[in-house]
Design a binder for this molecule. Sequence first.
Ligand code: RB5
Length: 146
Amino acid sequence: MKIAVCSDHGGYELKTKIIAYLGELGHSVMDFGCYSDKSVDYPDFAFPMAKAVATHVFERGIAICGTGIGVSICCNKVKGIRCALCGDVLSAELTRKHNDSNILAMGGRIIGVETAKAITKVWLDTPFDGGRHEGRINKITEFENK
Ligand code: RB5
C-alpha cells in the first residue's frame, strides 16, 4: 500500500519507528516531515499530507504529533479526509470497519511504540464493512459538498 506519513516534533520519534515498521510490512512510505525533533508547527506537515491522501496520490495516511489531536484536527479540515485518532487497537479496527477512515492519527507522547505498531497493523489490515455504514459516510460527503 502507498502510505503518506507526517509528524511534528512531538511525534517525530514515534514516526521514525512506525516508518521502519511499515517498511518491514512491505508498504511504500512517503515522509512529509518533519525531519528532526526541532520544534515545528504541526499544521505545516498535516495539511500537505492530508491533501495528498484526499487526492488519492496515497491510499492512506498516518499523522503523529504529541497527542495526535492537533494533526487530527488539521487532517479532518481537508475535504475527503476521515481521520481517526486512535490510542487502542479496538478503536483502530472499528474506525476502519465503520468510518472507512483514510488517515490514522496517534499521539507520540501518549502511547508506546508496541501499542502504536499494533494499532497501525490492524488499521491497515481491516477493510470497511460498508452496508449501513455506507449511508453515514455518504452523509458526511454530502455535508462537505454543500
Ligand atoms: C507540540 O508541543 C504539541 O502541542 C503537539 O505535538 C500536539 O500535541 C498538538 O496537538
